[in-house]
Design a protein around this ligand. Structure first.
Ligand SMILES: [Zn+2]
Length: 227
């Protein structure tokens, strides 16, 4: 479900939990069982080879100075940077702290910039994520929320799944149901090709626990929309 503007409501399905085992649920990135049989270096080598092939088929002259290093550069970028979030070894493990201030209101981390890739075209999706929670007695460092957003962004994604993955990870890490996530993003596959619409944005949301309450939801959305 996807629509423009920030008002929609994707309900979590309670059957799904984000356990480490890669059983295919709708919230999980579809991965093969042998996904990590190759190590990073082996992956880079193979991707380099295949990317060189793609460029050659396109008719490019790979002996040209400017193009020669591209296959390896792309391979490293895929494995070490833009798709590094596929590898569970890169998953952040934030430390929890006692909520010693007894702060019992909503905490919002707004305007978290993220860069991801559309899994249908392998071109960028980028935008802002807004994440909110109520403490269950534990809190995490604010920068850790950014790290969770970055981890799930660095995969081939669809925006809906990215939103749900961040929401579920926040629930798991913070041991609370009370999570709200809103993502506002630009899709280069829409802007730079196909219909060529450079102005449209896509909004998705994940609300669980207290965030299903209309007043709480409104407070969160008002804060996001305030300057
Ligand atoms: Zn796309």
């Amino acid at each position: 479900m996807r629509q423009k503007g920030i008002s929609l409501n994707i309900q979590p399905t309670d059957a799904e939990d984000l356990s480490e085992d890669h059983v295919g649920t709708s919230a999980e990135t579809p991965m093969r069982a042998d996904a990590f049989d190759l190590d990073d270096e082996e992956k880079i080598e193979q991707i380099e080879k295949h990317f060189r092939e793609i460029m050659t088929i396109l008719g490019l002259d790979l002996t040209d100075d400017s193009l020669n290093g591209t296959p390896r550069r792309v391979a490293k970028m895929y494995v070490k940077e833009v798709f590094s979030g596929l590898n569970p070894k890169n998953r952040p493990h934030p430390r929890l702290f006692e909520n010693k201030y007894n702060y019992d209101q909503m905490l919002v981390e707004k305007d978290i910039t993220f860069y991801s890739h559309c899994e249908h075209h392998f071109v960028p999706i980028y935008g802002k994520a807004h994440v909110a929670y109520f403490s269950s007695g534990k809190v995490i460092g604010l920068s850790k929320i950014n790290r969770i957003v970055q981890y799930f962004s660095k995969r081939p994604q669809v925006q809906e799944r990215l939103t749900v993955q961040i929401g579920k990870e926040m629930q798991r890490v913070l041991q609370t149901e009370d999570i709200g996530v809103v993502i506002d993003a630009n899709h280069m596959c829409v802007a730079s090709r196909g219909v060529g619409d450079t102005n449209s944005k896509t909004g998705t949301a994940y609300f669980s626990g207290k965030f299903n309450d209309e007043n709480i939801k409104r407070e969160f959305l008002n804060y996001i929309n305030s300057k």
